[in-house]
Design a protein around this ligand. Sequence first.
Ligand code: C5P
Length: 238
Amino acid sequence: MNGILYDGKSKTLYNSDDENSYIMKFKDTATAFDGKKKEELEGKGKLNAAISNIIYDYLAKNGIKTHIIKILDEESVLVKKTEIILVEVIVRNIAAGSFSKKYGIEEGILLKNASVEFSLKSDELGDPMINESQITAIGIASKEELDYLSEQALKINSLLCGLFEKAGIRLVDFKLEFGRSASEGEIILSDEISPDSCRLWDIDTNKKLDKDRFRRDMGNVLDGYRDVLRRLENVGQI
Ligand code: C5P
């Protein structure tokens, strides 16, 4: 493997042989609460890679521009080099997690519209929520870019709600990251989409199939991830 470019909490980026791409490898490490809780879950990297690859393939087929160039092996993908925009875009369909806590809305309440929020991508600061005028004031992104991120996030939400529904899964909320691609001169979807970055509940029982199993010490974390993968694979065969 080539030199490490960036060693993140759940992925490592390596230089590739081409200056316009790098290799993104999914790790088995699970973290929560800004890295304060950390554990190795053997096989998580491969599960998340497989799930994220199915989702990215589906999004690409439906017109979303993404960073994926090709799948390299069970835990690595070749991706386009981007300058990551330092905001996380969070979309919510159902109240849960920090939204429920912050606004006093019971977990599980269906929201009247999908909500889009931004948080500053900063581990040291605990990814604080940030509004559009603060983002443009600091110079992280322009108003036009933020409008594009929100539009893409809602489009991705519609697509993913449809995909997960076919898999018998409720898409509660999720986080997206975007990057500016130098080679293409446009903003593209980056990072991963997996049970690490989405809340996914069984459509009939509301059983949690995502990282909340780890965050909340519910046990059998990877059983949920395996279930998500199996169901998405079955959708592909319909
Ligand atoms: O914690 P919170 O309720 O704000 O998380 C909303 C969604 O965004 C969840 O699906 C969570 O997994 C995801 N998220 C993430 N990475 C973060 C913050 C949130 O993947 N740093």
